[in-house]
Design a protein around this ligand. Structure first.
Ligand code: TDO
Length: 186
């Protein structure tokens, strides 16, 4: 298991080994014990999500659930490729408003750990891109929120993305009241 840091210290890139043979490959996409032995103990996961973005340039994000339903997410790409983005939204954090973008694909097998207190979003880079992610809290519709994708200077590589109505109407980061507090156990 390869564990890499990013420019945001709490956001990590995990790459489980793949065992390739003439059939393809085998990989343990999640193994609590292996991660723990590597020194990383993530919170418990209670929900797995899977979505398909049919077209290149689909952006989903930037999303969050407010406490006490804040979610940490372990994200990977099941098919195609995507640019996955995490934004530190914890008031008082030295990295507040900073973001990291990591390319995840079905080829590179990389996973992004997005902790609670971070906004999450992605753009699809290929048709029929599938994202799969484990969550540390259940979906709670009333706590679900979004921040405008283009309000943080993130280089998505697209200027006219496909968006849901919710994401099109989301407030810009500067006009949004973050419910997350640094060190507040978001
Ligand atoms: C997120 C979610 C949605 N839904 C329902 C609500 C709605 O009817 C339908 C589609 O929801 P959305 O438009 O919010 O789906 P989507 O835009 O894909 O939202 C997701 O985006 C990524 C970036 C995330 O990080 C996720 O946490 C989630 O916010 O699915 C659930 O039933 N459970 C869930 O956990």
């Amino acid at each position: 298991m390869k564990i890499e840091t990013t420019t945001l210290p709490d956001v990590l890139v995990l790459t489980p080994p793949r065992f390739g043979d003439e059939r393809g490959f085998f990989s343990e996409s999640w193994n609590r014990r292996t991660l723990s032995q590597a020194g990383l103990d993530l919170p418990d996961f209670v929900q797995d999500n899977h979505s398909l973005s049919a077209h290149v340039g689909t952006i989903r994000g930037l999303h969050y659930q407010a406490p006490p339903f804040a979610q940490g997410k372990l994200v990977r790409c099941g098919r195609g490729s995507l640019l996955d983005v995490a934004v530190d939204a914890r008031l008082g954090s030295p990295f507040y408003g900073q973001w990291v973008a990591v390319a995840l694909s079905d080829r590179n097998g990389r996973q992004l750990w997005v902790p609670p207190g971070f906004l999450h979003g992605f753009v699809s880079l290929e048709p029929d891109t599938e994202i799969i992610y484990k969550c540390t809290a259940h979906y709670n519709r009333e706590s679900d929120g979004a921040v405008r994708w283009d309000s943080l200077g993130i280089d998505w590589g697209v200027t006219d993305p496909i968006l849901s109505p919710k994401d099109r109407d989301a407030p810009p980061f500067a006009e949004w009241d973050s419910p997350f507090v640094y060190g507040g156990g978001a």
